[in-house]
Design a binder for this molecule. Structure first.
Ligand code: SER
Length: 674
């Protein structure tokens, strides 16, 4: 069955394409160029520079479907029929091109002729000083004056996204869900915070450029920035009263009910809504590599996950469930956002590890909270010290404790909590020991003593281990070398690049950007995404898709060497190689350039081995035995007494410490780019 939401996305893009708009891909959730923004919060974010540009633009009209995340709406999710943290925004934009009149008239056409929504249920609002927009609605659209509302800055002035950039007055289109949902106050109308009037379109007229000092300068390309929430529009068109009953959420809600074995009804609905919203946000954020952490973006993710876990607990779910529910989210959204499908394994893994971590303390934390709450009398605040213990020992983010407290009519002492946090940071700094490694500008902070750098990554891609020591990398702020007890990360060697992936614990989260070996030490280059180094267990997870790609290229390198020898002769010797996820390069000795026929024959020979789908055998022997068996070794390389042999029957056998596929068929295909 075609989903209504999908029809709306394509009808929208089609409409603006026919009005000469460039259809542009939505940008990532993590804004690349705006450090003042945690997440992409509107369609215009990727175009901020277009409005401010004084250079010629490649296009002046654009339309997008943009994935957005607004952590500021977190508190409302589950308490209103229309708020979510993650949502999709349909947007069309003009940068110094058409302005108010076209924007309003075209939108009127889209809303009342294309979708269409009944004219009688629509109302417009304009910024109170914007006579021009008012006149367009009244005279050009023909909307009765009593349905056009002049509202103040709070409702009808938008932006900027982040701290600086394009902003301006706006005009909004509201849909009337009927007096039954209204508050009944005489003043009730568009902009009222009851559930009757739902904003279905926000047409912003950006004309100012907000400066860091708060002043507004004229914008070089004043224009149009329209945002239409897909969830709300789908809801209205489907005749529903809440976004959670649209096709965007219903399959997720259904799956939550199935997993928990409880019906979606009554008071429980709010928990379903929170879980469904947070699951969508998590799927998209984790897909982009944001990890749960104690700061910044990662902290938003951690809060979402833990809030969802508490709601699930209340629905009776006692097992980690988000990593399973996420399959439904991905199944629904991957046809539109293929990146979700590609990252599915990684997302599941990250969720699972964070869920496991929280699961261990969730129940105890909840009962601890009950005890505390019983001691605090109504109207008082939960002391900062208690909020801190819930955070530090049970992993309850302060805002989760605040939610639990609010349900009991209590507040939390936020300032007291922050003081406790500051004290803890001081303590962990004071207790660390440091040493400077010889010949290097690195100062190591020792977190735990003990053996280190045991490599287990041939069979395992994810483990829990202890961090032994870390050192800030002087030339790269926020990046550290980390040495751990046991690691699944392959350190660069034999041409194979170092693994990448994630490192996370309740205290710290980071991306492993590279892995190298220095003597007997495996060093992980970690970019901290949030939190601070502390003693304790960390989870290390190798990025599976990259590793898999590297593996394919490494086995292909062996087949290539064998094919070169087969075609050109046994004098061919490896002079160097690079085995990376995206390609392999093989340098070898041979007196002349290769002919086109040679290249084709070599390519064919490798592909024949691929198609034969041979098993790749790994075994160990002494070095002398290997040489006796004429196993290919690198000339001049110093090998250990015990060597690792990679054999592809009838094709190749090499000494190699690298990672390989288990059957040659996994390589897929092989192409020489000479
Ligand atoms: N920027 C406006 C909004 O976010 C319109 O796209 O609502």
């Amino acid at each position: 069955m075609e989903r209504l939401s999908r029809e709306i996305r394509s009808a929208f893009l089609d409409f603006w394409r026919r009005r000469d708009h460039r259809i542009v891909m939505g940008s990532p959730l993590v804004p690349r160029e705006d450090p003042t923004l945690l997440f992409t919060s509107a369609g215009m974010v990727q175009f901020k520079k277009f409005y401010a540009s004084r250079e010629p633009l490649e296009y002046r009209r654009a339309a997008t479907v943009q994935k957005c995340l607004r952590a500021s709406d977190l508190e409302d999710v589950g308490h209103t029929p229309r708020h979510c943290t993650f949502f999709e925004m349909l947007g069309h934009f003009s940068f110094g091109d058409y302005f108010k009149r076209e924007a309003i008239l075209w939108n009127w056409e889209f809303f009342t002729k294309v979708l269409p929504l009944p004219i009688d249920l629509l109302r417009a609002s304009v910024f109170e000083e914007d006579d021009e927009a008012y006149a367009i609605w009244r005279d050009d659209v023909g909307m009765p004056a009593e349905r056009i509302h002049r509202l103040g800055r709070k409702d009808n002035f938008w932006g900027p996204a982040g701290e600086t950039g394009a902003c301006g007055p706006s005009s909004e289109l509201y849909y009337d869900l009927g007096p039954g949902l209204g508050c009944g106050r005489p003043s009730c109308g568009p902009g009222c915070d009851c559930d009757r009037w739902i904003e279905v379109g926000n047409f912003v007229f950006p004309q100012f450029d907000r400066q860091p000092d708060g002043s507004d300068l004229p914008l070089p390309n004043r224009g149009i920035d329209t945002g239409i929430g897909l969830e709300r529009l789908t809801m209205v068109l489907a005749g529903k009263k809440t976004i959670f009953e649209t096709d965007l959420f219903a399959p997720i809600i259904h799956e939550i009910g199935r997993m928990a074995g409880v019906a979606y009804e009554g008071e429980r609905k709010s928990g379903f809504h929170i879980i469904a919203d947070h699951a969508r946000a998590l799927a998209f954020a984790l897909t982009e590599g944001i990890l749960p952490a104690n700061e910044g973006r990662g902290y938003v993710i951690k809060r979402l996950l833990r809030r969802a876990a508490v709601q699930a607990h209340r629905l009776g779910l006692r097992e980690p469930f988000l990593h399973r529910l996420i399959d439904t989210v991905i199944g629904e959204m991957a046809p539109v956002y293929p990146e979700l499908g590609e990252a599915a394994d990684r997302v599941r893994l990250a969720l699972r590890s964070e869920e496991d971590r929280f699961e261990a303390t969730l129940e105890q934390g909840l009962s601890r909270f009950e005890e505390i709450a019983a001691r605090v009398s109504g109207g008082e605040a939960v002391p900062g010290r208690e909020v801190f213990v819930l955070y530090d020992t049970y992993g309850f983010p302060a805002d989760l404790t605040a939610v639990l407290a609010r349900e009991k009519g209590l507040a939390i002492d936020e300032a007291g909590f922050e003081e406790e946090m500051a004290r803890q940071r001081e303590r962990s700094r004071a207790s660390a020991t440091f040493y400077r490694s010889q010949g290097e500008a690195l100062e190591w902070m020792v977190l735990t003593e003990g053996p280190h750098s045991s490599f287990v990554g041939y069979d395992t891609l994810e483990i829990e281990t202890k961090i032994r020591r870390v050192a800030a990398i002087p030339e790269a702020s926020g990046e550290w070398w980390a040495v751990v007890e046991t690691t699944p990360f392959y350190a660069e060697s034999g041409g194979q690049v170092g693994d990448t992936g994630m490192l996370s614990s309740p205290a710290v989260a980071g991306l492993v950007l590279d892995t190298i070996a220095v003597g007997d030490e495996i060093r992980h280059r970690v970019r901290i995404e949030g939190g601070e180094w502390t003693e304790g267990v960390v989870r290390l997870a190798v990025d599976e898709p990259s590793r898999a790609a590297t593996r394919r290229n490494h086995t292909a390198t062996h087949l290539l060497q064998a094919a070169l020898r087969g075609r050109l002769g046994n004098h061919v010797a490896q002079a160097g190689s690079l085995v990376a996820p995206n390609r392999l390069r093989f340098d070898f000795t041979h007196p002349s350039a290769l002919s086109q026929e040679d290249l084709e024959a070599i390519e064919r020979a490798v592909n024949e081995q691929v198609v034969a789908d041979k098993e790749v055998h790994v075994h160990f022997s002494t070095y002398d035995e290997a040489i006796r068996d004429r196993v290919t070794a690198l000339f001049g390389e110093k090998y250990d007494e015990r060597v690792r042999r990679i054999r592809i029957p009838g094709a190749s056998e090499e000494l190699c410490g690298g990672t390989h596929v288990s059957r040659t068929g996994e390589i897929g295909s092989f192409l020489v780019l000479a």
